[in-house]
Unconditional design. Structure first.
Length: 144
């Protein structure tokens, strides 16, 4: 069995990432799941959150915020098709917190079910972005 698998993040705009990885943690719709070489094939929807690329010692090598999408896993590859993706290291705290405020404001004034549903989704995504940034900063302070 190979020591790594091919990991890709693809957005509607472009292929954002394509690299070999030992372990990838993905925020699945039903909870986080880890993918290593030889993983059983699966297809999962993704909730807003951070994808972590880790080495075999579980050290975090990189984190990417995804707003949602799908993950396709085979024994040799993991491909994430994401609506939006950004390196957590590149998230600007002020931008993330303003996004969360705007999402909460939109939710408070939503008058129809359709508008409320969209606003709730935006709040969940903005909350996940701020949480991903909080976790990233916490791990950077620990030197992990």
């Amino acid at each position: 069995m190979a020591d790594t698998l091919k990991f890709e993040i693809v957005t509607p705009a472009a292929r954002m990432l394509s690299e070999d990885a030992e372990l990838v943690i993905i925020p699945g719709a039903e909870g986080n799941f880890g993918v290593m070489p030889g993983h059983a094939p699966l297809l999962s929807s993704i909730r807003p959150g951070a994808i972590e690329i880790r080495d075999r010692t579980l050290k975090i090598l990189a984190q990417y915020f995804v707003e949602g999408g799908f993950a396709e896993v085979t024994t040799e590859r993991c491909t994430v098709l994401a609506e939006e993706a950004i390196s957590v290291a590149k998230i600007d705290r002020e931008v993330a917190e303003n996004r969360l405020k705007r999402a909460h404001d939109a939710l408070m004034v939503s008058e129809t079910l359709n508008v409320r549903t969209v606003a709730e989704r935006d709040v969940r995504a903005a909350e996940a972005m701020v949480a991903a940034l909080d976790e990233y900063e916490r791990t950077q302070l620990k030197g992990h």
